[in-house]
Design a protein around this ligand. Structure first.
Ligand code: 2X7
Ligand code: FE2
Length: 313
């Protein structure tokens, strides 16, 4: 792919949770384990997003995944074609997925260069036999099961678990800014995906039939209330207030947003204070999951994505 004129933009950003149960429930040909269904509210929420993504005709989907953990720096998939078997180490009986994906390497390299420019530690992932993690695969499959849009995969640097909240999320703000510049400079029409669950405390036993929906419910009422608090704020476009409660949300519910995917995405989008559309909410083995969308393309057309509607971090 060659450099286009510098008019690239982010069309939309999705919170795209990755419990492998969602792929398992759908029974796509790529996944070996077979189910009787399950987790329909989240799967149907994703179906809605699929139609919207196709209509936007993006060049690329970028995904940040908490399950590609890198200890030194932020890594970017940088091999034109990746193919192999992705297995969830905790739920191998649910997820053994034959993946085949095209990487937008020009954009991946631009993200890498811009990350260095921000002063971040960064690396290009050039191993042709790399096994892509189940978080990346699940979010991408659920958003676009046709796999006909190139992707850029970004690792989760482990810093949120080693440093203070402010330092760690500041790194993600920088990574988001670097990503935005790379998209603009390469002229891409991009979709972003923050691959994370909300509340993350979960059951340590599963039913004999994993998709037995009579057994599925939120881990605790407290977790449910936290998820609803978070969702209500993003529905109202109150990103400042949402950012304020984030540290406590992470602490009280072990929220997976701690891995940085959400803040990376919001920063890349310039923290747009527009209402997020909630496509669906559901629990998976007790965790809280939302499929949510910030439709920047629509907001631009309607004139609501103004300078005042952005938070400059
Ligand atoms: O990785 C996950 C997750 N984040 C939530 C629920 C179940 C499984 O895997
Ligand atoms: Fe996860």
């Amino acid at each position: 792919m060659s450099h286009r004129d510098a008019s690239g933009e982010i069309l939309a950003g999705f919170i795209a949770p990755h419990p492998p149960h969602l792929v398992y429930g759908e029974n796509p040909p790529q996944n070996k384990p077979q189910s009787q269904g399950g987790w329909e509210n989240l799967r149907w929420a994703y179906q809605h997003c699929r139609d919207k993504i196709k209509a936007l005709k993006p060049d690329v989907i970028l995904v940040h995944s908490p399950h590609w953990q890198t200890v030194v720096g932020h890594h970017f998939l940088d091999v034109p074609k990746l193919k192999g078997l992705s297995v969830d180490p905790i739920f191998p009986h649910l997820f053994q997925y034959d993946f085949e994906l095209d990487v937008d390497t020009e954009l991946a390299e631009a993200c890498y260069e811009e990350a260095l420019e921000e002063g971040l530690a960064a690396k290009k992932m050039v191993n042709p036999n790399f096994r892509v993690d189940y978080g990346t695969i699940t979010s991408l499959h659920m958003l676009n099961p046709d796999w006909d849009i190139p992707v850029v995969g970004i690792s989760a640097n482990n810093s949120p678990y080693y440093h203070t909240h402010d330092y760690a999320q500041d790194q993600m703000i920088k990574l988001g800014q670097a990503t935005r510049r790379a998209i603009e400079k390469t002229g891409r029409r991009a979709i972003l995906a923050a691959s994370n669950t909300l509340s993350h405390l979960h059951f340590d036993r599963e039913p004999a039939i994993p998709e037995d929906m009579s057994q599925e419910h939120i881990m605790s009422h407290e977790q449910y209330l936290w998820d609803m608090r978070f969702i209500e704020l993003i529905r109202q476009g109150k990103l400042d207030e949402m950012m304020d409660i984030l540290p406590e949300f992470m602490e009280k519910t072990f929220a997976e947003v701690k891995a940085g995917s959400l803040v990376w995405m919001l920063s890349a989008m310039n923290f747009p204070k527009i209402p997020a559309q909630i496509h669906g909410y559901g629990t998976v083995i007790g965790t809280g999951n939302v499929v949510a969308e910030w439709d920047l393309d629509k907001a631009r057309r309607e004139g609501t994505l103004t300078e005042e509607a952005m938070v400059h971090a």
